[in-house]
Ligand binder design. Structure first.
Ligand code: FES
Ligand code: FES
Length: 166
């Protein structure tokens, strides 16, 4: 390995969906590239690649992050949640209530936006367990869906919040 290559790689450690990782990566690798290409976790999708569609949304230390904009080196010593780990955050269920309600209310069609939409919805319910329609629309305003018209997504998030509060 030459000096240039050494200088452009970093070792990072992080917790992803409850599992510990230690990996050496190039300094310019984005988080979505780390997830999809290096770790083969393809649930997180990449749409625009420039931070405007929300497809690639993940949580880093419980904060919503566009993984297409975040450099993977920045997740060193953080905790990351992707769609693959969502169900495990809720009572060891096979599916998170949000996943069940998106299916029940047809909150997705092509499904491309859905992983990011679900992760952003989880972040919303963590902060606000009983959101109004307006709260949901505002929180999800950075997650674009080309298919559903959003109403079914709003209904799904409200239904999940009711179930989680019951
Ligand atoms: S792919 Fe990241 S915001 Fe669109
Ligand atoms: S379900 Fe197709 S983009 Fe949202």
């Amino acid at each position: 390995m030459n000096n240039y290559t050494q200088a452009t790689r970093h070792e990072i450690e992080f917790r992803l969906n409850g599992e510990e990782y230690a990996i050496e990566i190039p300094a310019n690798l984005t988080l979505v590239e780390l997830l999809r290409q290096e770790l083969h976790l393809t649930g997180t999708t990449e749409g625009c690649g420039v931070g405007v569609c929300g497809c690639c949304t993940v949580l880093v230390n419980n904060k919503v992050v566009a993984s297409c904009l975040e450099l993977a080196v920045n997740i060193d010593r953080t905790e990351v949640l992707t769609i693959e780990g969502l169900a495990d955050t809720y009572q060891n269920s096979e599916f998170h209530p949000l996943q069940d309600s998106f299916r029940e209310y047809e909150g997705f069609q092509c499904g491309y936006c859905t992983p990011g939409m679900l992760i952003a919805s989880k972040a919303l319910l963590d902060q606000n367990p009983d959101p109004s329609d307006d709260d949901i629309r505002e929180f999800l305003s950075e997650n674009i869906c080309r298919c559903t018209g959003y109403d079914s997504i709003i209904m799904a998030v409200k239904s999940a919040s009711k179930e989680m509060n019951a």
